[in-house]
Design a protein around this ligand. Structure first.
Ligand code: NAP
Length: 253
């Protein structure tokens, strides 16, 4: 069990998959949760389920590729729960999967808008509030793709490399001012994203048997764990959930 009672956590991409699981884990550990995504109905439903189970949760519609939306989501945390202690930059996309020579420049750019600018916008919007308090944790959801190359994933690999760079840069700027900025590379996770990857058939990840993917709930637990003192060891770097020692420390095995 991790004690996150009273902490206010904003989770982007909380309408399904890893973000939804993280929201449920945060609520279980006593945090007040704000779920953000474009699918309003889904985040409203999940927030209501969390409240029905005795947790504190609210939903805010947010497209992370819009800085205006992100600042509004952060303000919503302040108005609803009195502040923000934790930001999980989880929203991300991989479609359309395509080799560079047949990729659509506009679609390629949209992935960068979400996976890179969305992470920067989140950091930009919460850091002033966290600096005022002298405390706060930002978890950027990364991927093995941040440091690896895969056919058909040039947009995704580039975007995750940039997100890791944002983790490093933000830690350099704010790590000695009470802020903890960490990355989490979850390995392959049983979510819609892996369904889309499988359907693409383009590289070795698409050939994986779905049974090898870890459940999204494990990643939700690991994100909460990174928001405790345990996260200090991963300031400015990606923590890998493929690491057996990390899984043990989180309490997953
Ligand atoms: P998923 O099931 O496809 O969920 C993606 C989430 O991101 C959804 O909630 C979606 O909500 C949200 N999203 C997409 N575009 C958005 C936007 N513009 N603004 C706000 N929210 C947006 O995928 P997942 O596997 O949970 O992925 C979550 C994160 O984990 C991503 O950053 C992904 O790159 C990373 N990751 C996943 C795996 C894996 O194997 N699944 C591995 C490594 C890293 P709406 O569509 O409602 O907006």
């Amino acid at each position: 069990m991790f004690d996150l009672s009273g902490q206010v956590a904003l989770i982007t991409g909380a309408s399904r998959g890893i973000g939804e699981a993280a929201a449920r884990s945060f609520a279980k550990y006593g945090a007040k949760v704000v779920l953000a995504a474009r699918s309003s109905g889904d985040i409203e439903r999940i927030a209501a389920e969390i409240r029905d189970n005795g947790g504190a949760a609210a939903a805010v519609t947010c497209d992370v590729s819009s800085y205006e939306d992100v600042t509004k989501a952060v303000q919503f945390c302040v108005d609803t729960f009195g502040g923000i202690d934790i930001l999980v930059n989880n929203a991300g996309v991989i479609e359309p999967i395509s080799r560079i020579d047949s990729s659509d420049p506009e679609e390629w750019s949209k992935v960068i808008d979400i996976n890179v600018k969305g992470v920067y916008y989140g950091i930009r919007a919460v850091v002033p509030l966290m600096l005022e308090k002298g405390a706060g944790t930002i978890v950027n959801i990364s991927s093995g793709a941040a440091v690896g190359a895969l056919e058909g994933w040039s947009h995704y690999c580039s975007s995750k490399a940039a997100a890791l760079s944002l983790t490093r840069c933000a830690d350099k700027e704010f790590g000695d001012m009470g802020l903890r900025i960490v990355g989490l590379s979850p390995g392959t996770v049983a979510t819609q994203m892996q369904v889309d990857i499988k359907a693409s058939g383009i590289n070795p990840v698409s050939q994986l048997d779905p049974s090898v993917h870890i459940p999204a709930e494990w990643v939700g637990e690991a994100i909460c764990w990174l928001c405790t003192d345990a996260g200090d060891a991963y300031r400015g770097v990606d923590c890998s959930l493929r690491d057996e020692d990390v899984r043990k420390a989180v309490g997953l095995v």
